[in-house]
Design a protein around this ligand. Structure first.
Ligand code: NI
Length: 169
C-alpha cells in the first residue's frame, strides 16, 4: 500500500518516534509499505513519521531499485560512528522541490535491527552515509533544514507558507 507523504508543517515530523519492541507481521507489512511509498515518491530513503507513523523505522535504497541487495531496513537505528565531512545538496520527500547544501559525515555506521529483530550494522559513504544520518534524524524529529542557515530556513518557510495559502502544500 502506498501512503501519502507527510509534508513539513505536520507535527508528526518533529516528534520523537517510538521504539519498536514487537517484530511481527504488522512490522514487516509496514516495512513493505514504506518501500512502496518511497519508490512511488521517487525517494531513496523514508522514515515512518513521513507516512504519519511515529515509530522508529526507516528504509533506504540509494540505488533506487537497481540492486535488490541495496535495500536497507533500519529499526531502532543509532549512529555509532562517523568520519569525515562532505557538503552536498540534500533534499527530503517531506520538503518537496527544495534542496540545500548540507554538511554531513562522509562515512557513517549505524547499528539497528532488521524487520526480524536481528541486530545489524550498516556502514556507508557519501550518499548512503547521508541517508543513514538523514533518516535517523527523522526518527528524532529532526529535519535537514535545522543544519542550514537561519536566513535560508526563513526563506524556505516563507515560500512554504505561500504554497500553503495557495493550497499547493
Ligand atoms: Ni527526509
Amino acid at each position: 500500500m502506498v501512503y501519502p507523504i507527510v509534508k513539513f508543517g505536520d507535527p508528526v515530523l518533529e516528534k520523537l518516534a517510538v521504539p519498536i519492541t514487537v517484530f511481527d507481521d504488522e512490522l514487516r507489512k509496514l516495512v513493505e509499505d514504506m518501500f512502496e511509498s518511497m519508490y512511488a515518491a521517487h525517494g531513496v530513503g523514508l522514515a515512518a513519521p513521513q507516512i504519519g507513523i511515529s515509530k522508529r523505522v526507516a528504509v533506504i535504497d540509494v540505488t533506487f531499485k537497481e540492486d535488490p541487495e541495496a535495500k536497507i531496513v533500519l529499526v531502532n537505528p543509532e549512529i555509532i560512528h562517523t568520519e569525515g565531512r562532505l557538503t552536498s545538496n540534500e533534499g527530503c520527500l517531506s520538503l518537496p522541490e527544495f534542496r540545500e547544501k548540507v554538511t554531513r559525515p562522509r562515512t557513517v555506521t549505524a547499528r539497528a535491527q532488521n524487520e526480524e529483530g536481528k541486530t545489524i550494522e550498516v556502514t556507508g559513504d557519501d550518499l548512503l552515509a547521508r541517508a543513514l544520518v538523514h533518516e535517523t534524524d527523522h526518527l528524532n524529529g529532526k529535519l535537514y533544514i535545522s543544519y542550514i542557515s537561519a536566513l535560508k530556513r526563513d526563506m524556505m518557510k516563507r515560500k512554504i507558507r505561500k504554497l500553503v495559502k495557495q493550497g499547493e502544500w
